[in-house]
Design a protein around this ligand. Structure first.
Ligand SMILES: Cc1ncc(COP(=O)(O)O)c(C=O)c1O
Length: 333
C-alpha cells in the first residue's frame, strides 16, 4: 500500500491506454520482430495543461499551498511545457507565477510561450550563458518577492525533485491497473527523459509495486551518466523526505542516449518524418523536442531487434503538442 502525501486534483486521469495496431502491423510487415505496441496517453491529462507535468504539479502545488505560498517561481527552455503547465495551473489556483526562461534567440510569441503570455505570467528571459547561474537567478527573484511581502515556492526545471516524483509513482499505479484491465504484462515502458522526474517516478513506482516492467528512457538532452546521477538524486531526496529506505543501486535505471540528435530542442528531418508517420497511421501527434525523438528511437531499436523477445510494450506519450506549433515550418507543408 503506497501512502501518498497531499495532492490537488488537477490532471484528467486516468488517461486513455490503447493499442497501436496499425503501427505494430506496419513494423511487422517491414520485417521487424515487433511486440504488440500500446500507448499511454498522458498527452490527454488536460487541454492547456496537457502532458506529464500536471501529474507532478498535483503534488508540488499542494505543497506550495500547504506552505502558504502565493508566488510560484520556476524555470525552463523558452518552449518549456512544464513552465506552460505551471503558468496555467498557477493562474487557475490564484498564484502569481514567475517564469525564468532560457532563450537562445529572440523569443517568438508562439506555442507554449504564447500561452504563458496569455495567462499573464511574469517572464524573465535569459541567455544560455546567464541561465548557467540558475540558482542565483532563483535566489534573486525569491528575495525580490520576499521584500514585497510575498512567500515564494520554487519549482526546479521540469518539476523534477522528491515531491514531483510522486506524480509518476501514481502513474505507475495507474499503469498497473491498465495492464490488469487489458490482461497484459508489458516487459518494457518507453518514454522521453529531459529533467529525469518521469523516469525516476516510474522506476521507483514499479519497484514499490513489485513489478518487473523495465523502464527505458530515451534522452532528449544529456547522456546516460547524467540521468543515472539525476534520477538517483531525485529518488534519494524522495526517500529521505518520506523516510522510505530504498536500495537505489539495485534499481534498474536505463537511459538510451543515442537519439538526442543535433541538440536539445533541435530535431532532424527523420524526427518530423516519424511525427508524420504516427499521425497519419494512428491519429496520435507527437512533438519534436521530446516524444518525437523517443518514439523515433524506439522504432529504430525495434527494427534492430532490441525488443524481439517482448510480447507487449508501452510508449508513454508525455505531451508537448504546443512545442510542435513553435516548429511547424519544419513539417514542410
Ligand atoms: C512533452 C515532454 N515529454 C517528456 C518530458 C521529460 O520529462 P522529465 O522532465 O520528467 O524527464 C518533458 C519535460 O521535460 C516534456 O515536456
Amino acid at each position: 500500500m503506497i501512502s501518498y502525501p497531499d495532492r490537488l486534483n488537477l490532471a484528467q486521469i486516468p488517461t486513455p491506454f490503447h493499442r497501436l495496431d496499425r503501427l505494430t502491423e506496419q513494423l511487422r510487415s517491414q520485417g521487424a520482430q515487433c511486440p504488440q505496441l500500446w500507448i499511454k496517453r498522458d498527452d490527454q491529462t488536460g487541454s492547456l495543461t496537457s502532458g506529464n507535468k500536471v501529474r507532478k504539479l498535483e503534488f508540488l502545488l499542494a505543497e506550495a499551498r500547504a506552505q502558504g505560498c502565493d508566488t510560484l517561481i520556476t524555470s525552463g527552455g523558452v518552449q518549456s511545457n512544464h513552465c506552460r503547465a505551471t503558468a496555467v495551473l498557477g493562474t487557475q489556483l490564484g498564484f502569481r507565477v514567475h517564469l525564468l526562461l532560457r532563450s537562445d534567440t529572440e523569443p517568438q510569441p508562439v506555442g507554449n510561450l504564447l500561452i504563458d503570455q496569455l495567462v499573464d505570467a511574469s517572464i524573465s528571459h535569459y541567455s544560455p550563458q546567464e541561465f548557467k547561474k540558475l540558482d542565483s537567478l532563483f535566489a534573486y527573484w525569491q528575495q525580490h518577492y520576499g521584500q514585497q511581502g510575498s512567500k515564494t515556492y520554487s519549482i526546479p526545471t521540469g518539476g523534477s525533485n522528491g515531491t514531483g516524483l510522486w506524480g509518476y509513482i501514481a502513474a505507475a499505479q495507474e499503469l498497473q491497473q491498465d495492464f490488469k484491465r487489458q490482461g497484459i504484462s508489458p516487459s518494457h515502458i518507453i518514454h522521453a527523459t529531459g529533467s529525469g522526474g518521469t523516469q525516476a517516478g516510474l522506476t521507483m513506482g514499479f519497484s514499490l509495486l513489485g513489478m518487473d516492467t523495465q523502464v527505458e528512457a530515451y534522452a532528449v538532452c544529456d547522456n546516460s551518466d547524467y540521468f543515472k546521477r539525476k534520477v538517483t538524486e531525485d529518488i534519494r531526496q524522495w526517500s529521505e523526505q518520506n523516510s522510505v529506505a530504498v536500495e537505489i543501486d539495485e534499481l534498474p535505471i536505463v537511459t538510451l542516449d543515442n537519439y538526442i540528435g543535433p541538440d536539445y530542442g533541435v530535431a532532424g528531418p527523420e524526427i518530423f518524418a516519424a511525427i508524420k508517420q504516427l499521425a497519419s497511421l494512428e491519429g496520435v501527434i507527437l512533438d519534436p523536442v521530446y516524444t518525437g525523438k523517443a518514439f523515433y528511437g524506439m522504432v529504430q531499436e525495434i527494427q534492430k531487434g532490441r525488443y524481439a523477445s517482448a510480447s507487449d510494450m508501452v510508449f508513454v506519450h508525455t505531451g508537448g503538442l504546443f512545442g510542435l506549433f513553435a516548429q511547424q515550418q519544419k513539417l514542410n507543408y
